[in-house]
Ligand binder design. Structure first.
Ligand code: HSE
Length: 452
C-alpha cells in the first residue's frame, strides 16, 4: 500500500458517515453457536450499543441453510430468516455483514460480495482470513469499507485489536501463544491425570470441547490459521496458512508428558511467530509455526490450564505482554464479534475506517528449516562401551551442540535424554535422521522442541 493510500484509508473525509442517529443495518450470516449468541447479545445490549455507536443496530435478517430448522428459535423471533444469503447481502439497507458460518469457499464468496458492494464485514472465520486475508483486505480497501476479525483469533482475548491498534507504534519481536483450547484441554488432562492421548481426547469430546471430527484442532490446523493472522498483523507482512509449519499433538504420549514433568517442564501446543535477523541485527525474514513445545514450569504459559488460551507478546518498547482468557465458545466469541460490530457500525455512522491490515514491511516468510530452536530428544540405545561417545560425534557432525545428556538404565538397554543448544531446525532434523538410522539406537521415542 502506498503512503498516499494509507493516509486516505485513515481519512474520515474520504469515507463519510450516515450521520448520528441513523440506523445501522446488519445482516447475520449463520446461526450456529456463535451466531445465536451474537443475535442474543445484540438484542440484550441494544440500548447500550446505540449509545456506543451513535445510532441503533437493526438486524435486517439472518441467513441460515435450513429456515425450518431455525424458525422457532427465540433469537430470530421477529427477524427475517432466509436461506438466500446473497439476497440478504444485496439489500440496500444492510450496512454491515456479520459472517459466522465457518468453512472457506462459501463464506469467501459471500464476504467478497459484501465488501465489493460497500458493506463492512465482521467475521469470526480464522480459516477464511488465514487462507484469503490479502484478497479480502484488498477488496475492503478498494471499496473503502472495514474488515474486522477479532473473533478469528482466541475469541474474547483482544489480541488482533492489540496488534492492530495498541502496538501499532511499536516493533513486535515475537508472539508465542496457546491459541487452541481443545488441545490445551487434552494436554492438561494428560498432565494432570496421566491419561493417554486417546483417553484425554475422548474426555474432551464427552465434555463438548472437541468436535466430532477433531482433526482441525488436534493436527494444529486451527492454531496454524491463528498463527498466520497473528504473524501478518504483528510483522506487517502477509503470512498465509500455507506458510505456517504445523505439527499437532496426536503423537504426544503419556510417557512424553511424564518425562516433561520429571524435567520440570510442561508440553504445550504453541503457535510461535518470530523475526529472523541478519548479521547487522536487521529483520531479514519472519516465520510462523505450530508444534508441541516443552515450556519450563516457571514460564507463564506453562500454567495455562483447561481450555484457556494465552498469548505472550514481546515488543521492543512495550516489553513482554501476556493476554489470557477464553479462546473459544459461543459467548466469548460473540463478545469479540460485538466489539467489531460496534467499531464497524460507528464508522458507518461517523465516517472513516478502522486501521486495516497493512503489509507494507513485506518481509520474506521463510520455512521452519531456517529457524533456530532447541531439541529435547528421548531415545532407547544399546548400553555398551563407546555408545555415548559415538552418538556425541554424530551430533557434532550435524553441527548440533549438546547442552545436557542424561542416561538411565532400562533393562538390557538405556534411556538417553539429550538436550541440545540452539541449532537450525535443518541441522536438528538431520541429527534425528542420523539417530534413527544408527545401529545402537533402538528407538527415538520422542523429539520435542524447547521454549527458552
Ligand atoms: N476449536 C477451537 C479451540 C476454537 O479449541 O480453541 C475455535 O478456533
Amino acid at each position: 500500500m502506498s503512503l498516499e493510500h494509507a493516509a486516505a484509508v485513515e481519512s474520515n473525509g474520504n469515507y463519510p458517515g450516515k450521520g448520528i442517529g441513523q440506523p445501522v443495518g446488519v445482516a447475520v450470516l449463520g446461526k450456529g453457536t456463535v451466531g445465536t449468541e451474537v443475535l442474543r447479545l445484540i438484542a440484550e445490549f441494544s440500548s447500550n450499543l446505540e449509545h456506543r455507536i451513535g445510532g441503533p443496530i437493526e438486524v435486517r435478517g439472518v441467513a441460515v441453510s435450513n429456515v425450518d430448522k431455525h424458525k422457532n428459535a427465540p433469537e430470530v423471533q421477529g427477524l427475517y430468516l432466509t436461506d438466500d444469503a446473497h439476497e440478504l447481502i444485496d439489500r440496500d439497507d444492510v450496512d454491515v455483514v456479520v459472517e459466522v458460518i465457518g468453512g472457506i469457499d462459501y463464506p469467501r464468496e459471500l464476504v467478497l460480495k459484501a465488501l465489493r458492494s460497500g458493506k463492512s464485514v465482521v467475521t469470526a472465520n480464522k480459516a477464511l482470513v488465514a487462507a484469503h486475508g490479502s484478497e479480502l483486505a484488498d477488496a475492503a480497501n478498494e471499496a473503502g469499507v472495514d474488515l474486522y476479525y477479532e473473533a478469528a483469533v482466541a475469541a474474547a482475548i483482544p489480541v488482533v485489536g492489540m496488534l492492530r491498534r495498541s502496538l501499532a507504534g511499536d516493533k513486535v519481536e515475537r508472539i508465542a501463544g496457546i491459541v487452541n483450547g481443545t488441545t490445551n484441554f487434552i494436554l492438561d488432562a494428560m498432565a494432570s491425570t496421566g491419561a493417554s492421548y486417546e483417553d484425554a481426547l475422548a474426555e474432551a469430546t464427552r465434555l463438548g470441547y472437541a468436535e466430532a471430527d477433531p482433526t482441525a484442532d488436534v493436527e494444529g490446523h486451527d492454531a496454524a490459521s491463528k498463527a498466520a493472522i497473528l504473524a501478518s498483523m504483528g510483522f506487517h507482512t502477509r503470512v498465509t496458512f500455507d506458510d505456517v509449519y504445523c505439527e499437532g499433538i496426536t503423537n504426544i504420549t503419556a510417557e512424553d508428558i511424564a518425562a516433561a514433568k520429571r524435567a520440570n517442564q510442561t508440553i504445550k501446543l504453541l503457535a510461535i511467530c518470530e523475526r529472523l535477523y541478519d548479521e547487522h541485527g536487521e529483520t531479514r525474514a519472519v516465520n510462523a509455526r505450530v508444534h508441541p513445545t516443552l515450556v519450563p514450569n516457571d514460564h507463564p504459559l506453562a500454567t495455562v490450564d483447561k481450555s484457556y488460551n494465552a498469548i505472550f507478546v514481546e515488543a521492543e518498547a512495550a516489553g513482554r505482554l501476556m493476554f489470557y482468557g477464553n479462546g473459544a465458545g459461543g459467548a466469548p466469541t460473540a463478545s469479540a464479534v460485538l466489539g467489531d460490530l460496534v467499531g464497524a457500525a460507528r464508522n458507518k455512522i461517523h465516517g472513516g475506517r478502522a486501521p486495516a491490515e497493512n503489509p507494507y514491511a513485506d518481509y520474506p516468510v521463510v520455512g521452519f528449516e531456517e529457524v533456530t530452536t532447541r531439541y529435547h530428544i528421548n531415545m532407547t540405545v544399546n548400553d555398551r562401551v563407546g555408545v555415548l561417545a559415538d552418538l556425541a560425534r554424530q551430533f557434532a557432525n550435524s553441527n548440533v551442540s549438546l547442552s545436557a545428556v542424561r542416561q538411565e538404565e532400562a533393562g538390557d538397554g538405556a534411556h538417553l535424554v539429550v538436550v541440545t543448544h540452539q541449532a537450525t531446525e535443518r541441522d536438528l532434523q538431520d541429527i534425528v535422521r542420523r539417530l534413527a538410522d544408527h545401529e545402537d539406537v533402538r528407538s527415538v521415542n520422542s523429539v520435542l522442541r524447547l521454549q527458552d
